[in-house]
Every structure is written in C-alpha cells, then in structure tokens.
Design a protein around this ligand. Structure first.
Ligand code: GLC
Ligand code: CA
Length: 537
C-alpha cells in the first residue's frame, strides 16, 4: 500500500464565519484563522479544510459562490488568503479549499448572463428545460425541499437547482464550462493550496431527464478528466463529499489506480438515526450495534481498495456529544469515548472546529433564532403540511445545521473571545466549554484528541492494519482489533451511560494501555462511556 501523507494525517475543518473575528464585525475572518494557527499546530493537525471563503451572497453561507477567484470581503482579501497559506505552511499545515462546483450562486456572472438570453454563450453552462403543460419538467426535488426547477418566465425555460433556487446547477456536459472550472482549480493549485474538498461531487454526473441525481453514469469519467487536467500530478489531497456511497462506489472514487480522488467522505454511519426512506429530520433511536456493523463493513470492504474519511461532525451535522453522547452528565467522558472508538480505524480523521473541546448543540425556541436556509425551508414546508411548531423546532434542535455553526469558544467570557462585536449567530455558554479551560486541564478532551492524532502517526498498524470486529453480547459494548505482523491493538468502548461488562480474553494479556478515559485498572466492568485502546502481546 502506498503511504501518502494524508493517510497518517488528521484534518481540521474550519467554518470561517464562526472561527475567529478580528475586526469586530461579528464575522470570523482570515486574519482570525492566521491568529489561531499556533493553536492548531499544537493540537497536531496536518491540514485545514476551509469551508468556503469566496465571494458569495451567502444564501447558503458561501456554498453559493459568485466569484471563485475572489475572497468574500467579510473574510478579508486575497493577500490575507496568500498569507494564510504561507503561515500555515510554516507550521506544516496545508490549506484545503472547499470546491463547490456542482452549482454556482445565481449571482455568478455566468448565470446572470445565462438569464439574459438563450443565445448567451453561458446559457448552456446551466441546465435548462421546457415545462410540461405549465408544470416543471419533472418531479425532481431540491435537497432543501420543494421542486428542483425554477421557471424564468422571460426565457420560457426552467433551470435546475438541487439545492436552493439561488444555487443553479452547472451543466457538466458542457466542455467549455468544465475547462473554466479546471483553469480556476489550477490557479488555486498554483497558489499553493494543499488540496480540495469537493462539495456534493456525487451530483455532477446527473441525468435530470431520467431523474438521476446521485452517482450518475458520467460521474467517474468526469472525475478522471478533472484529475488529469488539474491535481493529478501534484501531491495534493482530494476528498469527495459522497452522500450515497457504498463501499463499492467508494472504491470507484478512491482506488489509486483509477486516478480520481484521494478519499470519500460518506455518511452511512451518520444516517443511522434516520427513519428509512424519510428525510433527515425524522429520527429513530441509534442502535450502537448497527453503528458498529456499518463501521465494520466499511473497514473490511474498503481496505486495500480505497480510502475513507473518519468523522462525527461537520458544518451540516449536529454536535456529536449532544447527538450520540450525553451533553448533560457525561460530556467529556462520552466525547472521549466517541473519539477513541473512531481514531483507531483505517481512514483519515476530520475534526470539526470545537469538537476537540466538546462543544454541544445550541437549542432554540423559535424559528426567528434560526439562520440556516435548510432548516428555514423545512420549517415553511412542514408548517404547510400541518406539523406543529413544537415538532418542527424539536427537529431543528436535533438535526439543524446551526447547531454546529455557533461561534468557536476560546475563553470563558461574554462572546467567548470570538468577537468584540455582535456575533452573526449567538455564542453558546462558554463558562465551562472553551479552549483556554481545555488547555489548562490535562484531562480535557483536547488532550485526548492531541494524543490520538499523535498515536496515529506513531503506530503504522492504525493506517495499515487489518480490522477485526470482536463480537460482544451486549448491544452497547463495541470492540475491535487492528493488527499487522508486529502489532495488535484492541479497542473497547461502552456506548452507554450505564455500566456494562466486557469479557477480557486472558490468553492475550495487555502489554500497554495506549489511551483510556478513566484513571482505573482495566477490568471486566465498564463504567459509563468507558473507552480504551490497548496493545496486546
Ligand atoms: C454540501 C455542503 C452544504 C451545502 C450543500 C450545497 O452538502 O456541505 O453545507 O449546503 O453542499 O452546496
Ligand atoms: Ca470579521
């Protein structure tokens, strides 16, 4: 197996709007990120995935780009961006750009021109169809709810948008459009970025007339073309956001010989508390055994054939400790349990800002407090369908994207050191949850993450070893082995706030405790959320 740098790396995701403000406008900015690079270097991460900082009207907080080669003025300037790349490099941190090329903003000059006339050279950069008897071309739905087609009466045509109507989908059948995208990517590569995170990339091969959106027939051909025309020759990391991937599909993206992407970022484990066939808002209780089965499947089926990401959080997901841990009684212990379970698996871990200090969800009581376009669209839709206000707010509190977007908590002060102004989204309670406190406490979650990042660099078995699940008779006790010729690691976690039992195999004594979230001897009794990883002899 080739060992690329990103196989031993840990990547830290920054949501720039909420990371660090330096000019008191309440919005995080690039100078703020530069200020915090030493903190990130101390944590030990190798790269930053920067959520979009391009010029954007911010209908979807930057995932609607109106100029791929300009920095949004709220974030700073291109000089700031160059400085960020350079300062990060000095600390051995690479900057990964968020590449949103399934769609642009409706304010992008291409779309503005496309709107003017069907004769515009840019018209075909987007996807247009005639309606059927005064109705949209077909029943395709937007990921944010409602029809995926919007009529432009002046043209007598509908355009496709798989997200908000302010996010028209690009037409990947158009070669000129593709060349423009590749040219833009090459300019960023020349600037010295460390790679790309490819937003909803599984959608670019769509066949709208057949209502195929994800994993369309041309998808992999397109990615191979992109690879050849852009990053293929460079030592960059590329990670595709691939909602609907199975291990077989993940192999198509990330088998090195196919020359597409470095790895997938797939969500099968994340969807396990969703009612099958329903939208993400409709929840069921997580079954930890099912979670373990999904991880085991990916570990077994992708080894040697492709590469996966390891994550619990990102800017689209609720905070994991509130979701599957216990943010009231066992915030730190359950946070450590979740991290320990994940970090001995094969793949590349991603930390979402604030995860390393155990930030939690931010419940709201009314829709006025919600910024996120997805939650707001769902609210309108479900009010129309007769859901009660309480039901909808409960869904938003459980799954809404704002949960992860409240500002980073640096100190125990009013605006948590995020801003001297009024934050764009309120700051949570930072009395206990803040970076300064975490750095001061040797038992904090921060030091667990730091240690895990380090262990992944020191122990090749984590990157390369074989995975074996250890069967347990308790649905909440999850365990596995990673092994190669020289080393054998056993990971055991109690995914519960109740004590449980785990039968230790006495024929395989413990040689060394690598990490453990309680200061006690390892025994058959597991305390609430107890978790450890040990070397076996
Ligand atoms: C991805 C992004 C999400 C965005 C969507 C549309 O899923 O992570 O934040 O809303 O794509 O670009
Ligand atoms: Ca600012």
């Amino acid at each position: 197996m080739k060992t690329n740098w990103w196989k031993k790396a840990t990547i830290y995701q920054i949501y720039p709007r909420s990371f660090q403000d330096t000019n008191a406008d309440g919005i995080g900015d690039l100078p703020g990120i530069i200020q915090r690079l030493d903190y990130l270097a101390f944590l030990g991460i190798d790269a930053v995935w920067l959520s979009p900082v391009y010029q954007s009207p911010n209908e979807d907080n930057g995932y609607d780009i109106s100029d791929y080669q300009a920095i949004g003025s709220e974030y700073g300037t291109m000089e700031d961006m160059d400085r960020l790349i350079e300062e990060a490099k000095k600390r051995n941190i690479r900057i990964i750009m968020d590449l949103v090329v399934n769609h642009t903003s409706s304010e992008h000059p291409w779309f503005q021109s496309a709107l003017q006339s069907t004769e515009s050279p840019f018209h075909d950069f987007y996807i247009w169809r005639k309606g059927v008897e005064g109705q949209p071309p077909n029943a395709l739905q937007s990921n944010f709810g409602g029809s995926a087609w919007t009529l432009v009466p002046e043209l007598g045509e509908y355009y496709l948008h798989l997200h908000a109507k302010e996010q028209p989908d690009l037409n990947w059948e158009n070669k000129k459009m593709r060349q423009e995208i590749y040219r833009m990517m090459n300019d960023w590569i020349e600037k010295g970025v460390g790679g790309f995170r490819l937003d909803v990339i599984d959608l670019i091969g769509k066949e709208p007339d057949q209502s195929i959106t994800k994993n369309g027939p041309k998808l992999h051909e397109l990615l191979q073309e992109m690879n050849q025309n852009t990053f293929g020759e460079y030592d960059l990391v590329t990670v595709g956001e691939t909602w609907g991937a199975t291990p077989e599909i993940a192999q198509l993206y990330s088998d090195e010989e196919r020359e597409e992407l470095s790895m997938v970022f797939q969500f099968e484990h994340i969807n396990l508390d969703k009612q099958p066939g329903k939208r993400k808002w409709d929840l069921k209780k997580l079954d930890p055994k099912e979670l373990h089965q999904v991880f085991s499947k990916w570990q077994t089926e992708l080894t040697g054939k492709g590469w996966n990401s390891l994550f619990w959080n990102n800017h689209d997901l609720p905070r994991i400790i509130s979701r599957w841990g216990d943010d009231q009684n066992y915030r730190i212990l359950s946070g450590k349990m979740l991290a320990i379970y994940l970090y001995f698996l094969q793949g590349t871990p991603y930390i979402y800002q604030g995860e390393e200090i155990g930030m939690i969800n931010y419940p709201v009581t009314s829709i006025e407090e919600v910024d996120d376009i997805e939650s707001r669209r769902m609210y309108d839709e479900r009010i129309g369908l007769g859901y009660t206000e309480d039901e909808i707010i409960a869904s938003i509190n459980a799954k809404g994207r704002d949960n992860a977007r409240h500002p980073m908590q640096w100190y125990a002060s009013k605006q948590a050191g995020f801003t001297e102004g009024i934050p764009w989204l309120p700051v949570g309670d930072s009395t206990e949850i803040n970076v300064a406190a975490a750095l001061d406490d040797p038992n904090s979650l921060f030091y667990t993450y730091k240690k895990l990042i380090q262990l992944r660099k020191e122990l090749p078995v984590i990157t390369e070893g074989i995975f074996e699940s250890i069967p347990t008779d308790n649905a909440e006790v999850l365990a596995y082995i990673r092994k190669n010729e020289g080393e054998k690691i056993m990971v055991v976690v109690n995914f519960s706030s109740e004590p449980n039992q785990f039968l230790l195999d006495t024929t395989q004594p413990i040689k060394e405790v690598l990490i453990h979230n309680y200061e006690k001897e390892i025994s058959q009794t597991l305390l609430p959320y107890e978790a450890y990883a040990v070397l076996l002899s």
